[in-house]
Design a protein around this ligand. Structure first.
Ligand SMILES: [Fe+2]
Length: 313
């Protein structure tokens, strides 16, 4: 069966009841307003996507959907043949383009988009490679990084809450060109039971980030967090200090995860949605052997501020 080929994560969509308050938080988080009306807010990163974050004004704040850019328009045709998929629809958003909307067995709304016109990238500082013990790539170049809103580069991954982690994982792997990087399991007899999975875009021998989505079984529904890549380690820590000075709500960070090895910093937006800055993800290809992780919450952090208990609900 032909699967839909993915290019990258495109954007995440939430509903909130106060666009100005969200815009204020996301600006401090490092996104920039690209388009705003009374009803909808589009925030961009420093890359060429016209928006990475969409917020619709509604009375009831909630997570709505996640969008992937697909490789070709033909992938939209493949997607439109999936059971329950929408037809190919025009996107009424900056940059235009087209969309097919899927709804997963776990009620996750997944939009597949193509043809959105890119915008000019924004200038950012150069990255600061670390002069570590056996490799010193940064020569005659001091690090200069103030605590400030750090440029967000792109939407890197989202963690999705679902009722049945194994069924949801199977659905993603069946319809989208993804591969499982690592499985999350709970103890079981005769073998551990899969309750979630870190899924990456399956680009074969080409290296990609460890995950673009995490599917995780939960009593909750919607999105556990949306995660945005920043320039480097200095960007993560400087942004952390800046967000503290702005009195936003810290969830957990800075720390390093176990699965995927990302350096993370989680904040909570004014509507209770968790959002993450990250850098230094593992990159893997088809030679990577998936693991089956059976461990406690405390084992998911290698160092740094561990997430609070409600993070694992
Ligand atoms: Fe994350």
């Amino acid at each position: 069966m032909t699967r839909v080929k993915l290019k990258h994560l495109a954007y995440v969509t939430y509903a909130v009841d106060d666009l100005n308050k969200l815009e204020s938080f996301l600006t401090d988080f490092g996104l920039q307003t690209s388009h705003k009306t009374n009803d909808v807010l589009y925030m961009r990163g420093a890359g060429t996507d016209p928006y990475l974050y969409v917020a619709e004004k509604r009375a009831k704040p909630e997570y709505i959907s996640l969008a992937f850019q697909v490789q070709t328009r033909g992938d939209l045709e493949v997607a439109s043949a999936i059971a329950g998929a929408s037809k190919i629809e025009k996107l009424n958003a900056p940059g235009g383009g087209e969309r097919v909307r899927l709804v997963s067995p776990g009620k996750q709304v997944i939009d597949l988009v193509h043809g959105i016109a890119p915008v000019a990238a924004l200038q950012t500082r150069q990255t600061f490679p670390l002069n570590i013990s056996d490799t010193q790539p940064r020569k005659n170049r001091p690090v200069r990084q103030r605590a400030e809103a750090t440029p967000v580069l792109r939407l890197g991954h989202c963690a999705l809450w679902v009722e049945d982690g194994a069924a949801e994982t199977a659905w993603f792997l069946k319809h989208l060109e993804m591969a499982a990087s690592d499985y999350i399991c709970i103890p079981g007899d005769p073998e551990p039971k899969v309750v979630g999975a870190f899924l990456r875009m399956d680009h074969g021998a080409d290296f990609v980030e460890h995950h673009c989505i995490l599917v995780n079984e939960s009593i909750n529904a919607g999105c556990h967090h949306a995660s945005f890549e920043v320039l480097d380690m200095d960007a993560v820590f400087a942004a952390h200090e800046f967000l503290r000075t702005r009195d936003w709500s810290l969830d957990a960070g800075v720390g390093r995860h176990y699965l995927g090895s990302l350096i993370y910093d989680y904040w909570t937006d004014p509507f209770g949605n968790r959002i993450e800055h990250y850098t230094d993800s593992d990159i893997i290809n088809d030679e990577y052997q998936p693991t089956r992780f059976v461990g406690g919450a405390e084992e998911t952090t290698q160092w740094g501020m561990a997430p609070p208990p409600q993070f694992f609900a």
